[in-house]
Design a protein around this ligand. Structure first.
Ligand SMILES: Cc1ncc(COP(=O)(O)O)c(C=O)c1O
Length: 422
């Protein structure tokens, strides 16, 4: 039988891929902890936790064991009209660690659907009260996913030309940098003055797809306060930032003003199975609670609150709260800081930034987001057994919390090495 890479080419269509330009894939046959292994047995350190999912390590035995037990008891049941223990236990555990104002959880399947749900909740929140507001405010360069509402809100949707005519109405404001806070606040005030703004969706403090751009917490807090004063529904997209990555359970924990809605996915289920949750405050839920059936939220997915996914999420939350993971987070935070200080002055480094275990450096050279030089960097790292996915001239690390000191040092070493070659 021909190898996997060749068989892959026959029927498979990969995400975010122009197959004519990038015909080859890398076949991964197993994973453990922070390591991925290809079909030739070569190991790669997963420097981005497989798109920020498997934060407690690949094939984590604690999570697998819990899911294995659950799958022999209840695999799947319709979540409309039924409930089950994994969902209820997960709700209790998640509400415990979410910001205090979050009271209700709505399930879906992935990051895009979690933000889609958040946007729909914001629009219907007003509609149910007899107000037809149709404008969503979002940050420039934000990314919220690839379904229509999420795409519309994403300032980074550079390849979305064919769909733009069908987007929902979105107005964009710059991210607050500290220096421009007043300006951004005025821009939002102007939009709110139209009385047409239903909601404000944002990635709190770190814009992942924009290459881990970090913005000013105080500036964001002021925007949230303004929204609150004007009954604009605030939607924090914590799909990337959630579950310990910023050094706190949620990026929203760094803020004084809490969002009305929080979107979660990725690390929610620790990389084992897909699932998403959109949580909201009692105020939002109350706008849907009615004798009138049409005021309900008629959105649903077949696998909503799948018991296996709920079990994985519950096990993930238990691990997140463990002393071991919390001390790992502190270890990585300190290691990143020391690495940053070491390379900050390098002539090829334009700037560095860090929040929690998220670390990014911009190279002092101009590069296309998915251009040739970026591909060369990717290959350089992979040749040396490290999986990093540079975005344009930004190299970032968001490794599993369980990455060992030696593995993390290797990641730093290949980055230091690449600085001598670019
Ligand atoms: C902040 C944010 N929101 C939404 C999404 C979309 O998630 P998914 O790819 O699971 O649809 C992503 C994916 O990277 C993300 O980073």
């Amino acid at each position: 039988m021909s190898d996997l890479k060749e068989r892959d080419k026959k029927y498979l269509w990969h995400p975010l891929t122009q197959h004519k330009l990038h015909p080859d894939t890398i076949a991964i046959s197993k994973a453990k902890g922070a390591l991925l292994y290809d079909d030739q047995g070569k190991a790669y350190i997963d420097g981005i936790a497989s798109w920020y999912t498997c934060m407690y390590g690949h094939c984590n035995p604690y999570i697998i064991d819990k899911v294995h037990t659950q799958m022999q008891k209840l695999d799947q049941v319709v979540f409309s009209g039924f409930t089950h223990e994994p969902a209820v236990r997960l709700s209790e555990a998640l509400i415990e660690i979410l910001p205090d104002n979050q009271e209700k959880l709505f399930f879906s399947d992935n990051g895009s659907t979690s933000t889609e749900v958040g946007i729909k909740m914001a629009l219907q929140y007003h509609f149910n009260q007899g107000k037809k507001k149709n404008l969503i405010v979002a940050f420039e360069e934000g990314f919220h996913g690839d379904t229509f509402g999420a795409m519309s809100a994403s300032g980074l949707s550079v390849y979305n030309g064919p769909f733009e005519d069908f987007f929902i109405t979105v107005a964009r404001i710059p991210v607050p940098t500290g220096e421009n806070n007043e300006e951004v606040l005025i821009a939002l005030k102007k939009l709110i003055a139209t009385e047409n703004v239903a909601g404000f969706i944002f990635e709190p403090l770190v814009q992942g797809a924009a290459a881990m751009k970090i913005h000013d917490a105080q500036g964001l807090d002021r925007l949230l306060a303004l929204c609150k004063e004007n009954d604009v529904v605030t939607i924090a997209d914590e799909v990337m930032t959630g579950f310990g990555k910023t050094g706190k359970n949620f990026a929203s924990d760094h803020l004084h003003n809490k969002p009305d809605i929080i979107c979660m996915s990725k690390a929610l289920t620790a990389g084992l199975v897909p699932m998403a949750i959109t949580s909201c405050s009692q105020k939002i839920y109350n706008a849907f609670y009615s004798d009138d059936i049409t005021k309900g939220f008629f959105h649903g997915h077949t696998y909503s609150a799948n018991p296996l996914a709920c079990t994985a999420a519950l096990a993930g939350i238990e691990l997140l709260q463990s002393e071991e993971i919390q001390s790992n987070i502190q270890r990585i935070v300190s290691a990143h800081k020391a690495f940053g200080e070491k390379i900050e002055q390098h002539s090829k480094v334009k700037s560095i930034r860090q929040l929690g275990v998220i670390f990014a450096l911009d190279l002092n050279i101009k590069m296309e987001r998915y251009g040739n030089l970026r591909d060369q960097l990717f290959d350089f790292f992979m040749d040396r057994g490290v999986f990093l996915r540079p975005l344009g001239n930004t190299i970032y690390i968001l490794a599993p919390f369980v990455i060992s000191k030696e593995e993390l040092d290797k990641v730093y070493n290949v980055i230091t090495e690449v600085l001598e070659t670019v």
